[in-house]
Design a protein around this ligand. Structure first.
Ligand SMILES: NC(=O)c1ccc[n+]([C@@H]2O[C@H](COP(=O)([O-])OP(=O)(O)OC[C@H]3O[C@@H](n4cnc5c(N)ncnc54)[C@H](OP(=O)(O)O)[C@@H]3O)[C@@H](O)[C@H]2O)c1
Length: 335
Protein backbone atom coordinates (compact mmCIF):
# COMPACT_ATOMS: atom_id res chain seq x y z
CA UNK A 1 0.00 0.00 0.00
CA UNK A 2 1.42 3.38 -0.94
CA UNK A 3 0.43 6.14 1.45
CA UNK A 4 1.78 9.47 0.28
CA UNK A 5 1.93 12.41 2.60
CA UNK A 6 0.54 15.58 1.11
CA UNK A 7 -1.38 18.60 2.23
CA UNK A 8 -4.97 17.51 2.80
CA UNK A 9 -7.83 20.01 2.51
CA UNK A 10 -10.32 19.88 5.38
CA UNK A 11 -13.98 20.88 5.56
CA UNK A 12 -15.87 22.24 8.54
CA UNK A 13 -18.55 19.89 9.87
CA UNK A 14 -21.78 21.78 10.58
CA UNK A 15 -24.11 20.39 13.25
CA UNK A 16 -27.56 21.20 14.63
CA UNK A 17 -26.56 24.34 16.53
CA UNK A 18 -25.33 25.93 13.29
CA UNK A 19 -28.75 25.99 11.59
CA UNK A 20 -32.15 27.45 12.35
CA UNK A 21 -35.46 26.09 11.08
CA UNK A 22 -36.96 29.59 11.24
CA UNK A 23 -35.69 30.18 7.69
CA UNK A 24 -38.17 27.62 6.33
CA UNK A 25 -40.75 27.30 9.12
CA UNK A 26 -43.42 29.43 7.44
CA UNK A 27 -42.73 28.17 3.95
CA UNK A 28 -44.57 25.59 1.91
CA UNK A 29 -42.11 22.87 0.91
CA UNK A 30 -42.88 20.47 -1.91
CA UNK A 31 -41.02 17.39 -3.00
CA UNK A 32 -41.14 16.66 -6.70
CA UNK A 33 -41.18 12.88 -6.57
CA UNK A 34 -41.88 10.44 -3.75
CA UNK A 35 -39.31 7.74 -4.48
CA UNK A 36 -36.20 6.89 -2.48
CA UNK A 37 -35.19 10.41 -1.41
CA UNK A 38 -38.65 11.95 -1.89
CA UNK A 39 -40.43 9.86 0.70
CA UNK A 40 -37.59 10.03 3.25
CA UNK A 41 -37.03 13.77 2.99
CA UNK A 42 -40.76 14.58 2.99
CA UNK A 43 -41.38 12.48 6.12
CA UNK A 44 -38.30 13.77 7.98
CA UNK A 45 -39.12 17.40 7.18
CA UNK A 46 -42.73 16.92 8.29
CA UNK A 47 -41.54 15.28 11.53
CA UNK A 48 -39.46 18.42 12.09
CA UNK A 49 -42.71 20.38 12.14
CA UNK A 50 -42.47 21.78 8.61
CA UNK A 51 -45.24 22.21 6.08
CA UNK A 52 -44.68 19.65 3.30
CA UNK A 53 -46.71 18.73 0.23
CA UNK A 54 -45.89 16.29 -2.58
CA UNK A 55 -45.93 16.80 -6.34
CA UNK A 56 -46.09 13.58 -8.31
CA UNK A 57 -47.69 12.01 -11.35
CA UNK A 58 -50.82 10.01 -10.51
CA UNK A 59 -49.36 6.57 -9.91
CA UNK A 60 -48.15 4.25 -7.16
CA UNK A 61 -45.76 6.85 -5.68
CA UNK A 62 -48.61 9.36 -5.49
CA UNK A 63 -50.74 6.70 -3.78
CA UNK A 64 -47.95 6.01 -1.25
CA UNK A 65 -47.58 9.70 -0.45
CA UNK A 66 -51.33 10.00 0.04
CA UNK A 67 -51.31 6.93 2.30
CA UNK A 68 -48.57 8.65 4.34
CA UNK A 69 -50.95 11.57 4.85
CA UNK A 70 -49.53 14.12 2.40
CA UNK A 71 -51.48 16.50 0.24
CA UNK A 72 -50.49 15.18 -3.21
CA UNK A 73 -51.01 17.03 -6.46
CA UNK A 74 -49.70 17.21 -10.03
CA UNK A 75 -46.11 18.51 -10.24
CA UNK A 76 -46.95 21.88 -11.83
CA UNK A 77 -49.62 22.57 -9.23
CA UNK A 78 -47.19 21.77 -6.39
CA UNK A 79 -44.58 24.05 -7.93
CA UNK A 80 -47.12 26.88 -8.10
CA UNK A 81 -48.11 26.36 -4.46
CA UNK A 82 -44.64 25.92 -2.92
CA UNK A 83 -41.94 28.29 -1.72
CA UNK A 84 -39.28 25.57 -1.58
CA UNK A 85 -39.10 22.90 -4.28
CA UNK A 86 -37.09 19.74 -3.66
CA UNK A 87 -36.19 18.12 -6.98
CA UNK A 88 -36.25 14.46 -5.95
CA UNK A 89 -36.68 12.61 -9.21
CA UNK A 90 -33.97 10.64 -11.05
CA UNK A 91 -31.12 12.79 -12.36
CA UNK A 92 -31.69 11.67 -15.94
CA UNK A 93 -35.28 13.03 -16.09
CA UNK A 94 -34.73 16.25 -14.12
CA UNK A 95 -33.97 18.46 -17.14
CA UNK A 96 -37.20 17.47 -18.92
CA UNK A 97 -39.31 18.00 -15.80
CA UNK A 98 -37.57 21.32 -15.10
CA UNK A 99 -38.51 22.52 -18.62
CA UNK A 100 -42.14 21.65 -17.86
CA UNK A 101 -42.23 23.57 -14.58
CA UNK A 102 -39.97 26.50 -15.49
CA UNK A 103 -42.79 28.69 -16.85
CA UNK A 104 -44.50 28.49 -13.43
CA UNK A 105 -41.49 29.37 -11.27
CA UNK A 106 -41.68 32.71 -9.52
CA UNK A 107 -39.19 35.14 -8.02
CA UNK A 108 -37.75 34.14 -4.65
CA UNK A 109 -38.61 30.44 -4.78
CA UNK A 110 -35.98 27.97 -3.62
CA UNK A 111 -34.91 25.06 -5.79
CA UNK A 112 -33.19 22.32 -3.81
CA UNK A 113 -31.39 19.32 -5.34
CA UNK A 114 -30.14 16.11 -3.77
CA UNK A 115 -27.31 15.91 -6.30
CA UNK A 116 -25.25 18.48 -8.17
CA UNK A 117 -25.66 16.43 -11.39
CA UNK A 118 -28.18 18.43 -13.45
CA UNK A 119 -26.98 21.90 -12.55
CA UNK A 120 -23.23 21.28 -12.55
CA UNK A 121 -23.26 19.54 -15.92
CA UNK A 122 -25.46 22.26 -17.43
CA UNK A 123 -28.52 20.06 -18.05
CA UNK A 124 -30.57 22.55 -16.01
CA UNK A 125 -29.83 26.28 -16.13
CA UNK A 126 -31.95 27.71 -13.31
CA UNK A 127 -33.70 31.04 -13.76
CA UNK A 128 -31.73 33.90 -12.18
CA UNK A 129 -34.43 34.93 -9.69
CA UNK A 130 -34.32 31.68 -7.70
CA UNK A 131 -32.26 30.49 -4.77
CA UNK A 132 -30.64 27.24 -5.91
CA UNK A 133 -29.29 24.98 -3.19
CA UNK A 134 -28.16 21.45 -2.48
CA UNK A 135 -28.89 19.14 0.45
CA UNK A 136 -27.55 15.64 0.05
CA UNK A 137 -27.73 12.70 2.42
CA UNK A 138 -24.94 10.25 1.68
CA UNK A 139 -27.23 7.23 1.67
CA UNK A 140 -30.39 5.80 0.15
CA UNK A 141 -33.69 7.30 1.25
CA UNK A 142 -34.78 4.23 3.20
CA UNK A 143 -31.59 4.39 5.26
CA UNK A 144 -32.07 8.13 5.84
CA UNK A 145 -35.60 7.59 7.06
CA UNK A 146 -34.83 4.59 9.28
CA UNK A 147 -31.83 6.22 10.94
CA UNK A 148 -33.66 9.44 11.68
CA UNK A 149 -36.61 7.49 13.10
CA UNK A 150 -34.14 5.75 15.42
CA UNK A 151 -32.76 9.14 16.47
CA UNK A 152 -29.49 8.59 14.58
CA UNK A 153 -27.93 10.85 12.01
CA UNK A 154 -26.57 10.57 8.51
CA UNK A 155 -23.60 12.44 7.08
CA UNK A 156 -24.49 14.87 4.31
CA UNK A 157 -23.58 17.94 2.32
CA UNK A 158 -25.25 21.24 1.67
CA UNK A 159 -24.34 23.94 -0.79
CA UNK A 160 -25.43 27.01 -2.68
CA UNK A 161 -25.32 27.49 -6.42
CA UNK A 162 -27.32 30.70 -6.65
CA UNK A 163 -28.06 33.09 -3.79
CA UNK A 164 -30.82 35.39 -5.05
CA UNK A 165 -32.35 36.15 -1.65
CA UNK A 166 -29.08 36.53 0.22
CA UNK A 167 -30.33 33.79 2.55
CA UNK A 168 -29.75 30.72 0.40
CA UNK A 169 -27.05 29.36 2.73
CA UNK A 170 -29.30 29.67 5.80
CA UNK A 171 -32.12 28.00 3.90
CA UNK A 172 -29.93 25.12 2.74
CA UNK A 173 -28.71 24.53 6.29
CA UNK A 174 -32.25 24.71 7.64
CA UNK A 175 -33.33 22.09 5.08
CA UNK A 176 -30.41 19.89 6.08
CA UNK A 177 -31.43 20.27 9.72
CA UNK A 178 -35.08 19.51 8.95
CA UNK A 179 -34.09 16.33 7.10
CA UNK A 180 -31.98 15.25 10.07
CA UNK A 181 -28.60 15.57 8.36
CA UNK A 182 -27.13 17.89 10.98
CA UNK A 183 -27.65 15.30 13.72
CA UNK A 184 -24.53 13.67 12.36
CA UNK A 185 -23.03 16.63 10.51
CA UNK A 186 -22.79 18.19 7.08
CA UNK A 187 -20.03 19.78 5.07
CA UNK A 188 -20.59 22.69 2.73
CA UNK A 189 -19.62 22.02 -0.86
CA UNK A 190 -20.17 23.22 -4.40
CA UNK A 191 -22.52 21.38 -6.75
CA UNK A 192 -19.46 20.35 -8.78
CA UNK A 193 -17.58 18.91 -5.82
CA UNK A 194 -20.61 16.95 -4.65
CA UNK A 195 -21.38 15.33 -7.98
CA UNK A 196 -17.81 14.63 -9.07
CA UNK A 197 -16.94 12.92 -5.78
CA UNK A 198 -20.23 11.00 -5.86
CA UNK A 199 -19.85 9.77 -9.45
CA UNK A 200 -16.24 8.83 -8.75
CA UNK A 201 -17.26 6.85 -5.65
CA UNK A 202 -19.89 5.04 -7.71
CA UNK A 203 -17.61 4.17 -10.61
CA UNK A 204 -14.26 3.67 -8.89
CA UNK A 205 -14.77 3.65 -5.10
CA UNK A 206 -17.55 1.87 -3.20
CA UNK A 207 -19.40 1.04 -6.43
CA UNK A 208 -16.41 -0.96 -7.64
CA UNK A 209 -16.66 -3.46 -4.78
CA UNK A 210 -19.18 -5.85 -6.42
CA UNK A 211 -17.06 -6.02 -9.59
CA UNK A 212 -13.91 -6.45 -7.50
CA UNK A 213 -15.40 -9.32 -5.51
CA UNK A 214 -16.87 -10.89 -8.64
CA UNK A 215 -13.41 -10.88 -10.19
CA UNK A 216 -11.97 -12.57 -7.07
CA UNK A 217 -14.84 -15.10 -7.18
CA UNK A 218 -14.19 -15.86 -10.86
CA UNK A 219 -10.44 -16.34 -10.33
CA UNK A 220 -11.20 -18.94 -7.63
CA UNK A 221 -13.76 -20.70 -9.86
CA UNK A 222 -11.31 -20.77 -12.81
CA UNK A 223 -8.76 -22.41 -10.50
CA UNK A 224 -11.24 -25.19 -9.73
CA UNK A 225 -12.53 -24.18 -6.29
CA UNK A 226 -16.21 -24.70 -5.50
CA UNK A 227 -18.78 -21.95 -5.90
CA UNK A 228 -19.70 -22.32 -2.20
CA UNK A 229 -16.10 -21.81 -1.04
CA UNK A 230 -15.55 -18.86 -3.37
CA UNK A 231 -18.88 -17.19 -2.54
CA UNK A 232 -18.53 -17.66 1.22
CA UNK A 233 -15.11 -15.97 1.33
CA UNK A 234 -16.09 -13.06 -0.90
CA UNK A 235 -19.71 -11.92 -0.96
CA UNK A 236 -21.00 -13.71 2.12
CA UNK A 237 -18.20 -12.49 4.37
CA UNK A 238 -18.42 -8.92 3.10
CA UNK A 239 -21.02 -7.94 5.71
CA UNK A 240 -18.84 -8.98 8.68
CA UNK A 241 -15.80 -7.39 7.12
CA UNK A 242 -17.59 -4.08 6.58
CA UNK A 243 -19.20 -4.09 10.04
CA UNK A 244 -15.75 -4.35 11.57
CA UNK A 245 -14.25 -1.80 9.21
CA UNK A 246 -16.81 0.92 9.93
CA UNK A 247 -16.51 0.54 13.70
CA UNK A 248 -12.80 1.21 13.83
CA UNK A 249 -10.11 3.49 12.51
CA UNK A 250 -8.48 1.94 9.46
CA UNK A 251 -5.24 1.38 11.35
CA UNK A 252 -6.98 -0.45 14.21
CA UNK A 253 -9.41 -2.56 12.23
CA UNK A 254 -8.35 -6.14 12.76
CA UNK A 255 -9.85 -8.23 10.02
CA UNK A 256 -9.90 -11.67 11.62
CA UNK A 257 -6.73 -13.57 12.47
CA UNK A 258 -3.24 -12.13 12.55
CA UNK A 259 -2.54 -14.04 9.33
CA UNK A 260 -5.41 -12.28 7.56
CA UNK A 261 -4.36 -8.92 8.99
CA UNK A 262 -0.80 -9.56 7.74
CA UNK A 263 -2.06 -10.50 4.27
CA UNK A 264 -4.38 -7.52 4.02
CA UNK A 265 -1.72 -5.05 5.10
CA UNK A 266 1.22 -6.49 3.19
CA UNK A 267 -0.17 -8.28 0.13
CA UNK A 268 -3.35 -6.49 -0.99
CA UNK A 269 -1.19 -3.70 -2.43
CA UNK A 270 0.18 -6.20 -4.96
CA UNK A 271 -3.35 -6.54 -6.36
CA UNK A 272 -4.55 -2.97 -5.85
CA UNK A 273 -1.36 -1.54 -7.30
CA UNK A 274 -0.47 1.63 -9.18
CA UNK A 275 -2.36 0.41 -12.27
CA UNK A 276 -5.53 0.67 -10.21
CA UNK A 277 -4.51 4.13 -9.00
CA UNK A 278 -3.90 5.20 -12.60
CA UNK A 279 -7.26 3.78 -13.70
CA UNK A 280 -8.93 5.70 -10.90
CA UNK A 281 -7.21 8.93 -11.92
CA UNK A 282 -8.35 8.42 -15.52
CA UNK A 283 -11.92 7.80 -14.33
CA UNK A 284 -11.84 10.97 -12.22
CA UNK A 285 -10.67 12.95 -15.25
CA UNK A 286 -13.49 11.58 -17.41
CA UNK A 287 -16.01 12.56 -14.75
CA UNK A 288 -14.56 16.05 -14.27
CA UNK A 289 -14.56 16.72 -18.01
CA UNK A 290 -18.23 15.71 -18.30
CA UNK A 291 -17.37 12.82 -20.66
CA UNK A 292 -19.12 10.23 -18.49
CA UNK A 293 -22.32 12.26 -18.27
CA UNK A 294 -22.34 12.81 -22.06
CA UNK A 295 -21.84 9.07 -22.53
CA UNK A 296 -24.73 8.28 -20.15
CA UNK A 297 -26.98 10.78 -21.98
CA UNK A 298 -26.23 9.10 -25.33
CA UNK A 299 -26.83 5.68 -23.79
CA UNK A 300 -30.25 6.81 -22.55
CA UNK A 301 -31.17 8.36 -25.92
CA UNK A 302 -30.44 4.97 -27.52
CA UNK A 303 -32.74 3.18 -25.01
CA UNK A 304 -29.93 2.12 -22.64
CA UNK A 305 -28.78 -0.95 -24.67
CA UNK A 306 -25.46 -1.30 -22.81
CA UNK A 307 -27.15 -1.07 -19.41
CA UNK A 308 -29.72 -3.72 -20.37
CA UNK A 309 -27.01 -5.99 -21.76
CA UNK A 310 -24.92 -5.68 -18.55
CA UNK A 311 -27.97 -6.40 -16.38
CA UNK A 312 -28.80 -9.48 -18.49
CA UNK A 313 -25.21 -10.75 -18.28
CA UNK A 314 -25.24 -10.38 -14.49
CA UNK A 315 -28.65 -12.06 -14.19
CA UNK A 316 -27.31 -15.00 -16.23
CA UNK A 317 -23.95 -15.22 -14.43
CA UNK A 318 -23.45 -18.68 -12.91
CA UNK A 319 -23.00 -17.06 -9.49
CA UNK A 320 -26.82 -16.91 -9.31
CA UNK A 321 -26.98 -20.64 -8.41
CA UNK A 322 -24.80 -20.27 -5.32
CA UNK A 323 -26.52 -16.97 -4.48
CA UNK A 324 -29.80 -18.92 -4.39
CA UNK A 325 -28.31 -21.40 -1.93
CA UNK A 326 -26.99 -18.69 0.41
CA UNK A 327 -30.16 -16.60 0.19
CA UNK A 328 -32.27 -19.66 0.95
CA UNK A 329 -30.04 -20.56 3.94
CA UNK A 330 -30.21 -16.98 5.21
CA UNK A 331 -33.98 -17.17 5.16
CA UNK A 332 -34.09 -20.63 6.71
CA UNK A 333 -31.66 -19.71 9.49
CA UNK A 334 -33.52 -16.52 10.42
CA UNK A 335 -30.75 -14.14 9.20
N1 LIG B 1 -31.28 7.03 -4.04
C1 LIG B 1 -30.14 7.40 -3.46
O1 LIG B 1 -29.42 6.59 -2.88
C2 LIG B 1 -29.71 8.85 -3.48
C3 LIG B 1 -28.81 9.31 -2.51
C4 LIG B 1 -28.45 10.65 -2.50
C5 LIG B 1 -28.95 11.50 -3.47
N2 LIG B 1 -29.81 11.01 -4.43
C6 LIG B 1 -30.36 11.94 -5.42
O2 LIG B 1 -31.73 12.15 -5.12
C7 LIG B 1 -32.44 12.49 -6.32
C8 LIG B 1 -33.63 11.58 -6.45
O3 LIG B 1 -33.14 10.25 -6.59
P1 LIG B 1 -34.01 9.01 -6.06
O4 LIG B 1 -33.08 7.83 -6.03
O5 LIG B 1 -34.76 9.39 -4.85
O6 LIG B 1 -35.01 8.86 -7.29
P2 LIG B 1 -36.15 7.75 -7.47
O7 LIG B 1 -36.45 7.04 -6.21
O8 LIG B 1 -35.79 6.88 -8.65
O9 LIG B 1 -37.37 8.71 -7.89
C9 LIG B 1 -38.59 8.17 -8.07
C10 LIG B 1 -39.57 9.32 -8.12
O10 LIG B 1 -39.34 10.08 -9.32
C11 LIG B 1 -40.58 10.15 -10.05
N3 LIG B 1 -40.28 10.17 -11.48
C12 LIG B 1 -39.51 9.32 -12.19
N4 LIG B 1 -39.48 9.67 -13.49
C13 LIG B 1 -40.24 10.78 -13.59
C14 LIG B 1 -40.60 11.62 -14.67
N5 LIG B 1 -40.15 11.40 -15.92
N6 LIG B 1 -41.42 12.65 -14.44
C15 LIG B 1 -41.90 12.90 -13.19
N7 LIG B 1 -41.59 12.14 -12.11
C16 LIG B 1 -40.77 11.10 -12.31
C17 LIG B 1 -41.30 8.89 -9.63
O11 LIG B 1 -42.66 9.05 -9.86
P3 LIG B 1 -43.35 8.30 -11.11
O12 LIG B 1 -43.86 7.06 -10.61
O13 LIG B 1 -44.38 9.27 -11.51
O14 LIG B 1 -42.34 8.06 -12.17
C18 LIG B 1 -40.98 8.84 -8.15
O15 LIG B 1 -41.79 9.71 -7.42
C19 LIG B 1 -31.43 12.37 -7.46
O16 LIG B 1 -30.91 13.63 -7.73
C20 LIG B 1 -30.35 11.48 -6.86
O17 LIG B 1 -29.08 11.67 -7.45
C21 LIG B 1 -30.22 9.73 -4.44
Amino acid sequence: MTIRQREVKRDRLYTEGDADLKHIRDKCITTIGYGSQGHAQALNLRDSGLNVIVGNREDRFAAEARADGFDVMPIVQAVKRADVILFLIPDEVQAAVYSEVEPYLREGQVLDFASGYSVHFGLIRPLPFLDVVLTVPTCRGTVLRERIQRGQGVFGHFGVYQDYSGKAGDIAMALAKGMGLLKFGCTECSFGQEVVVNLFAESAGLGAIPQYLLTAYEVLIEAGFSAEAAYAETFYELQFFVENLVKERLANSRQGSSTSTYLILSKTGEVVDDHVRDNMRRMLGRIQSGELVREWNLEQMAGAPMLHQRKRALAEHEIKDVEDVFLERKKASGW
